[in-house]
Design a protein around this ligand. Sequence first.
Ligand code: SF4
Length: 696
Amino acid sequence: MTATHCPYCALQCGMELAPHVGSITVAPRMFPTNNGGLCQKGWTSADLLDHPDRITTPLVRDAKGGPLRPASWEEALARVSAGLLSTQQHHGQQAVGVFGGGGLTNEKAYLLGKFARVALRTPNIDYNGRFCMSSAAAASIRALGMDRGLPFPLADIAHTDAILLIGSNAAATMPPVMQYFDAQLQRGGRLIVVDPRATPTAKKATLHIQLTPGSDIALAHGLLHIALRDGLVDEAFIAGRTSGFAELRRVVGAYWPERVERLTGVPVRQLEQAAHILGEASTAMVLTARGPEQQSKGVDTVLSYINLALALGKAGRPLCGYGCLTGQGNGQGGREHGQKADQLPGYRSLANPAHRAHVARVWGTDPELLPPPGRSAYELLDALGPGGVRALLVFGSNIVVSAPNAGHIRQRLESLDMLVVADMVLSETAAMADVVLPTAQWAEETGTMTNLEGRVLLRQAACRPPEGVRTDTEIIAALAAALGCGDMFPHEPEAIFHELRAASAGGVADYSGITYQRIAAEDGVFWPCPAPDHPGTPRLFFDRFATDDGLARFHAVEHRPAAEEPSAAFPLILTTGRVMAQYQSGAQTRRIAALAKAEPQPFVELHPALAASLGIASGDLVVVASSRGRATLRARLSPDIRMDTVFAPFHWGGAGSINLLTSPALDPISRMPEFKVCAVRVEKLTLPDDSSSVSA
Ligand code: SF4
């Protein structure tokens, strides 16, 4: 029996894996995050270990457009290293890029960042976490001085008096977390959910605010306007613990309730109810997720919600605070240790000379040789091909399904001289590669993850990888050796973690006091943990915020429209998200029979009145189109969505890929694409029914 954690989302539920007649069985484990709960994805996670789609030998393509064929590891790695060297020789070091993932362990994220900066000397590395939490991260740093998803353990949620939960359908995406929200409600607490859809989460709420997608800043300012008008703000907290309120006070003066109702579609009566619930509560939390974050103004949107928490005095004290419900399994740790374009381990900055010097010392290299910050994820992908990045290594990401404007990104991937993908199955992106490297799964290797609370966890190997499969760290170390710096790249996870601890020491995300032994003995350790005898830091900001002067900062942001608003040609708003039985690009979950049965094919959710006006019935095949592309989907009718908005999950590729439509408009600070708002039209498909074109 091996104690470990689920391979999927950022809740990182505790589970036990046990060998069972040639396979592995999953059982839930009592752990402080899930308390013995698992969702269907967790229960079925071991089904992929012996799945027939597993790749167990490297694959190479001899000519563009030709088939992939099996190859030895020696041939595949030689092909990759020769391609990297040739590309850099002819086109410069920056012509090679690396794309990582928010599901990679801390050790992998760290090693991948080091590989890009030390072995390849390229600035061009980023990861798919840019598409998830980057706006919340940037806003938290600006307002609070540091970015850790939650500044408190999940268990605190059950004990706060009021919660404002924005753009999260946690009941579907991470069901075990709802035990804390349920307990809060049972205690008599009040839950306000902001979401354009009446999701299962919203249906639990004391108050559901069904706003127009993209209007969050106006909503947050409207709530603060009412709080100021009705004497609900905490003037003592504002004076003692914050700076910059005068300018914000002036800005929110223009967000009177009737104007905010027009901008958001939320009735004044609901605005006043929400402001009073939050303002009159003794304790309250403000929690965001992808809804407000995945916008071209995601940073300003999150800042507006942080403003509200600060002005009400609901931060920096027990059972209060702003937090982000991180999505990907290691969305938190993945953005702390160097696979992000602008970052070095320990949440250090590539643009800071002192930070470069510290990490270069640990790496045994000259800080002058470390490349500068590189392009963000979408900008990196947009620059693929002649004149830009000509060879790309991909670890832990299915780009062609998960990136916005996916048709364009497919073309950029096709224009590469060499695409190398390390994956466990032939994902849509791996199927395009020149070289595919088969990798181990979560249960076959040890490593650490950092969950949405900032708790560092240990995932322990429960079995060996199949013959012919290598771990990501073995692959990275082998490539480093082929590039002449193998002695700088350990591949054993605990040795990598030991190096990561040194690289992070003294940084914001300081792991130097954390060891595998402590994690196992203490049910995880919260960072920062700067010494072996330090207890870790479950709760942040009680004494001071992490800014230079210890004060939290207000930001006088302004509402602005989405990058793309409905038009005569595209009169509806598309918003995207996840469903319970699938995960991210679906490369794993679409292959698990029970999950595929529960959620077999892509769909679009429409209000029945909208569907009737378009002549669409439940189950019809429809075409959803934006100015960038079109997808063919099944219509699913629901009164739970606004009449001006349609919703589609992004778990499928092919003709059902909703990211063919989504907007590449980027937030100017976080470089987050606007997944949550774009303009579309919906039409009934008049061609002969061909359901196979939209199935997984
Ligand atoms: Fe896994 Fe997340 Fe489900 Fe927990 S909630 S079992 S971590 S997918």
